[in-house]
Write a protein that binds this ligand. Structure first.
Ligand code: G3P
Length: 214
């Protein structure tokens, strides 16, 4: 499973990238707004650090606007994947952008039928939001299982990107189900590394080593 960071913070991206396990980045308007920086400049910097797909979202909700913004974003770097919302005009945009060779990530997916339509329209990536479903007492991971089954049944090559990941169990379950990508906040990425027994074990090794040195 590819591991993406769901952030627009360049320091977090640099830190994860230095470990050699960062496969890409997803951003959204809320994450970009938090950084208070010029959008295109920020995207260019992210592209210079990460060797993988970088999702950048349009904010228009009409077809012409989405196409205009999508073309503009795609021009910035070959790594850019244009993120469009899963609405009627968004599906039209996916079809048009695909015809122009521009890859799309269809975001705000909350049902298997939405995911089916996105794949049929030609999405490069589908982004189901698991955490936000959990928030309303619906098991978000059930949606991932459904989408993977549907895509396998019909050999769709749209990649399933598990979005709105909130904790490490979401990551484990995504990998067990065979999701293509998991995108997560830096805090969850860091949690994946940690294990209390690793820390205790290391502490013991170092203490024993110290005794021999004395
Ligand atoms: O970027 C889309 C998604 O991952 C957002 O997550 O935590 O705001 O639901 P969250």
């Amino acid at each position: 499973m590819k591991i993406f960071l769901d952030t627009a913070n360049i320091n977090e991206i640099r830190e994860a990238s230095s470990m050699g396990i960062l496969d890409g980045v997803t951003t959204n308007p809320s994450l970009v707004a938090k950084e208070g920086r010029d959008f295109k400049g920020l995207l260019k910097e992210i592209c210079s650090v990460v060797n993988g797909d970088i999702s950048a979202e349009v904010v228009a909700t009409d077809l012409d606007g989405m196409l205009r913004e999508g073309r503009d974003l795609a021009k910035l770097d070959d790594k850019i994947v244009v993120k469009v919302p899963l609405i009627k005009e968004g599906l039209k945009a996916v079809k048009c952008l695909k015809a122009e060779g521009i890859r799309t990530n269809v975001t705000l997916c909350f049902s298997p039928n939405q995911a089916l339509l996105a794949a049929k329209a030609g999405a490069y990536i589908i982004s189901p939001f698991v955490g936000r479903l959990d928030d309303i007492s619906t098991d978000g991971m059930d949606l991932i299982e459904q989408i993977i089954t549907i895509y396998r049944n019909y050999d769709y090559d749209t990649q399933v990107l598990v979005a709105s990941i909130r904790h490490p169990i979401h990551v484990v379950e995504s990998a067990m189900m065979g999701a293509d990508i998991g995108t997560m906040p830096f805090s969850v990425f860091t949690q994946l590394i940690k294990h209390p027994l690793t820390d205790i074990g290391l502490e013991r090794f170092l203490a024993d080593w110290k005794k021999v040195q004395q």
